[in-house]
Design a binder for this molecule. Structure first.
Ligand code: SF4
Length: 299
């Protein structure tokens, strides 16, 4: 009874954030949802997220596949913003795999130190740069099976590179994507590869890359790991996990983390033609992304 009252309250409050007001939150299904119903609901969530985040994009700055590969490796266990603040100096000093492979390890470590785990990451960068130079003619390969042979590059990193630098559809299961896929009831799997396989069954290939961005955007801004802002979540009516976080609309709104400094996205150097929408005034302030939400893997 109290819960349904709280849900009604959540629907009435005005939402000033850069999100649509939540309609009636979802009622928990009384009987198990059929697979077909889940697929329909999942695709509806994707459409809603597309409206909410029309500007969803990779939040790492890069200008070529090599830069994206390096930035993604660096993003493990840190924020994309931190990586974006680090890479300009890095790429100015080592613009190609050949340059990076020849780097003095201690100098490379010093530059990437702010991203954490800098010794392991430096080893990965030196190894993958040498591999690109020696085995791939200094070019980043555009095939998953080649990318995952590079030091420090797992399936997740490879999918980021393929999807965003080569236009090959890929589902990137990082910590946000996995958490939200489970909260949405798309899968109960914990293993990223199993999550990827389950989600791939639900959506057409053409949606995979943008779906990944949208879900990660929602995870960073609304559906946080510890305190999801359910009371201010525009897709609450479609979410079986409504109530896992704060349902009071006012308290929930304070949990939202929208674009830094009112600017769209976190990219310091947005791509040309970037259609970003400025965050609405008072849309949750200048809160930054949580730590440890990068998409890379520590070697
Ligand atoms: S914030 Fe709450 S309602 Fe929204 S997607 Fe996350 S768990 Fe579901």
């Amino acid at each position: 009874m109290a819960e349904s009252k709280a849900r009604k309250t959540a629907t009435k409050a005005p939402v000033k954030a850069a999100v649509k007001p939540a309609a009636k939150p979802a009622k928990r299904p009384r009987k198990p949802e059929s697979h077909l119903a889940m697929v329909r609901r999942a695709r509806k969530i994707n459409r809603e997220l597309a409206e909410l985040y029309p500007y969803a994009h990779p939040e790492l700055d890069f200008e070529n596949p090599f830069e994206l590969l390096v930035a993604t490796v660096l993003s493990a266990q840190t924020t994309d913003l931190r990586v974006n603040q680090t890479t300009p100096v890095l790429f100015a000093k080592y613009p190609t795999p050949e340059d990076m492979a020849a780097a003095v390890p201690e100098e490379l470590e010093e530059i990437i130190r702010p991203t954490g785990f800098f010794r392991a990451k430096a080893r990965s960068l030196l190894g993958l740069s040498a591999a690109l130079r020696d085995r791939f003619g200094g070019e980043v390969p555009g095939r998953l099976e080649d990318l995952v042979t590079l030091p420090g590059v797992g399936r997740k990193t490879a999918n980021v590179v393929l999807g965003n630098a080569f236009g090959v559809p890929g589902i990137t299961v990082d910590t946000h994507f996995g958490r939200l896929a489970r909260r949405f009831g798309w899968t109960a799997e914990e293993d990223p590869e199993k999550v990827e396989a389950a989600v791939a069954e639900i959506f057409p290939k053409s949606e995979w890359t943008m779906l990944s961005h949208r879900v990660v955007f929602h995870g960073r801004r609304v559906c946080h790991s510890r305190k999801p802002a359910c009371g201010a979540c525009p897709i609450a009516p479609l979410c079986p996990s409504y109530g896992e976080g704060e349902t009071d609309p006012e308290k929930a709104r304070k949990l939202l983390k929208y674009e830094l400094g009112g600017q769209p996205g976190q990219r310091l150097r947005p791509p040309a033609g970037y259609p970003g929408l400025p965050a609405a005034p008072g849309a949750g302030g200048a809160a930054g992304p949580g730590a440890g939400d990068g998409q890379g893997e520590v070697a």
